[in-house]
Design a protein around this ligand. Sequence first.
Ligand code: SF4
Length: 143
Amino acid sequence: MEKILVSACLLGLRCRYDGKILGIDISEQYPGCCLIPVCPEQLGGLPTPREPSEIAGGDGGDVLQDRASVMGKETGTDYAENFIRGAYETLKAGGISGCRKAVLKADSPSCGYKRIYCKGKLIEGSGVTAALLAQNGFEIITI
Ligand code: SF4
């Protein structure tokens, strides 16, 4: 049975920054697969609900290299440490469970793949977790 990491908010779990349920459940699109829900921001120690944030000064790869920050949109708090920790915990979960594929929520500063928000606009670049998974050879599908 194929095992796939999935952004937990795509499976109907209440883990989004605003505490709301996304209102979709993609599990029916993957019959016969073992879907492993992960929320990197929660795994990085952040609560739900939490302050919305954006990557500032680069993308997720830059955050991993300590060249960019993850800025809270209300207080300006730098959450980079939480985002990096959550990315590595997600990578660990993928490794423990034998996943080589991840289905990730689009546009998020953690899960977004090849497209994220910066100052309210979509720019090219991945979120912190998507960048780390891609660096480690994961196939990434974005929804
Ligand atoms: S997009 Fe990723 S970090 Fe954000 S709520 Fe969904 S699973 Fe968690």
